[in-house]
Write a protein that binds this ligand. Structure first.
Ligand code: HEC
Ligand code: HEC
Length: 461
């Protein structure tokens, strides 16, 4: 951190990410921090009084030049997008620290000796901003991987060490989490297992593993870990302005990150599965940000956003074949809504630690999803001999259980427009594709107007 070349690189990256004005007069960025995105303006509000870029989150704590900020960028809702990655590649010919073979390339032993070799080696990162996550099959697993169709013929991708290609999750709005990581592997449960989590301890472990893994370093000091966790848990991010709807806090609307920072949450706050420790009953009316726009005359687009919110809360969905839901409740068809799974008030993640297999890992994939370039695993359950083909094994790699194959968490649905593509593997290129996935998966027969309303709503989150 003291050598001048490193400082220059860090500074120039900071200038690219935040613009030069933000560095005037110190290391605290404006609060809230507003940045343009595809459909308007994204805003991040820090309850810690500002985004302090001297926090260890922005420091090189490992050995490969990476920081947390390498993969979690404010203007992309604290994840990364293909555009971010492509800009880094163009600026450095594929040598910026995100381009490291430990988990940035399709295969750790890929040839990265020339620019064109790097373009190929990092193709999943460049196309969909996917990181290679390798999780060992647990020793006691009740399943086996019996076949791998690997487009990269990667020697490091094996039946005991499969590779999953996943989108970085946003490092903001963390206070709403009921589980950490797509497969929940960093979740430390609290006093009542599954019904409470120790968020701070979960995030401490996560930050340590991110430094030893992604950044190939020694574990950060307890003080550095505390600073990272304090920094990230203070961040709230959401869309604040839409090109067509305008200010998302106008005329009674309650969008944006400042309102979000005041939203109450606890694990199971609105549990659709009926396990709420406090005895709360479930309400499908999960989002109420744009209720006030329902009857606004002269603002057709604002009404579309409000209709989309209504559809999200109330559109009947015959939910079938979702492992973790239909099997858990013993019901072949559950008449639900989007909010059966996205049930945390105004945050939209699953309020309970219940990973679900909704069909995004299934192979062949729904036509709305693009899974080209992902390895396909044939997983066989030892007890029953039953086989499934999937592009991500999900929670089963943590639990070892057959019934957990393909299960992933329902993520927070805020600040979506700044962070395409969607789902754990970036399979949906746009929010329209994500809506189309549900249309196909649950045979919804949505009209063009309903799809447009849902997209207008999702873009305003
Ligand atoms: C090389 C890219 C990369 C770097 C560097 C990186 N992350 Fe991540 N981060 C990811 C990916 C990919 C995931 C999701 C992986 C999964 O779920 O399997 C993730 C997930 C997370 C999550 C989980 C959020 C949730 O909703 O569960 C947190 C928190 C996080 N990262 C914080 C950090 C911190 C803190 C650092 C620095 C110490 C860091 N990350 C460095 C790629 C990165
Ligand atoms: C049966 C449970 C369930 C239902 C019903 C459901 N979702 Fe999801 N949703 C999930 C899960 C689980 C994920 C994560 C899946 C993945 O990443 O592969 C997800 C992910 C998403 C994402 C991507 C978020 C991101 O960060 O990439 C969007 C957008 C979304 N859902 C919107 C909707 C909409 C709109 C509806 C209603 C039409 C809906 N969901 C209904 C469980 C559900």
């Amino acid at each position: 951190m003291c050598a001048s070349p490193v400082t220059t690189v860090a500074l120039s990256i900071a200038m690219v990410l935040f613009g030069s004005i933000s560095l005037l007069g110190g290391k605290i960025l404006p609060n809230p921090l507003n940045t343009p995105d595809a459909t308007g303006v994204l805003s991040t509000y820090s309850t810690a009084g500002g985004i302090d870029i001297s926090n260890p989150f922005f420091q090189n704590l490992g050995t490969n030049g990476r920081t947390c900020n390498t993969c979690h960028i404010s203007s992309s809702a604290w994840t990364i997008t293909p555009a971010d990655v492509q800009a880094k590649f163009a600026a450095t010919q594929g040598t910026e620290p995100i381009f490291r073979t430990n988990d940035g390339s399709n295969c750790p032993s890929a040839d990265v000796s020339t620019v064109s070799a790097r373009r190929q080696a990092y193709s999943q990162l460049l196309r969909k901003a996917l990181i290679r996550v390798s999780v060992q099959v647990p020793a006691n697993a009740k399943f086996q991987i019996i076949d791998i169709q690997d487009p990269y013929n990667c020697p490091e991708t094996t039946a005991t060490n499969p590779a999953l290609y996943r989108r970085p999750l946003p490092v903001a709005n963390l206070g709403f989490l009921s589980t950490i990581m797509w497969d929940g592997r960093e979740t430390v449960f609290g006093a009542i297992p599954k019904k409470s989590i120790d968020l701070v301890q979960s995030l401490r472990n996560q930050a340590t593993h991110a430094t030893t893994g992604h950044a190939q370093g020694v574990p950060p000091s307890p003080e550095q870990v505390s600073q990272i966790v304090a920094f990230e848990t203070g961040l709230y991010t959401a869309q604040i302005k839409d090109q067509l709807a305008g200010d998302l806090t106008a005329r009674g609307a309650t969008g944006g990150p400042v309102n979000l920072s005041q939203q109450n949450f606890f694990v199971g706050i609105n549990d659709s599965l009926g396990g709420d420790p406090s005895g709360n009953t479930f309400t499908p009316r999960v989002f109420n940000l744009y209720n006030a726009w329902k009857n606004l005359t002269g603002s057709p687009y604002r009404q579309s956003v409000a209709r989309g919110e209504d559809l999200f809360n109330t559109l009947p969905i015959p939910i079938t074949g979702v492992a973790g839901l239909n099997d858990a409740l013993g019901q072949q068809v559950i008449m639900g809504t989007c909010t059966t799974c996205h049930d945390s008030p105004n945050a939209g993640n699953h309020s309970f630690s219940v990973p679900l297999a909704i069909g995004t890992t299934a192979y062949p994939a729904m036509p709305a999803l693009d899974v080209a370039g992902l390895p396909v695993y044939t997983v066989q359950c030892i007890a029953t001999g039953e086989r499934v083909r999937v592009t991500d094994i999900g929670r089963a790699l943590i639990s070892g259980n057959c019934e957990d194959v393909g299960k992933l968490k329902g993520p927070v649905l805020r600040a979506l427009t700044a962070r395409a593509p969607y789902f754990h593997n970036g399979g949906a290129a746009t929010l329209g594709d994500a809506v189309e996935f549900y249309n196909q998966r649950f045979s919804l027969s949505l009209t063009a107007q309903q799809k447009a309303d849902l997209v207008a709503f999702l873009q305003s989150l």
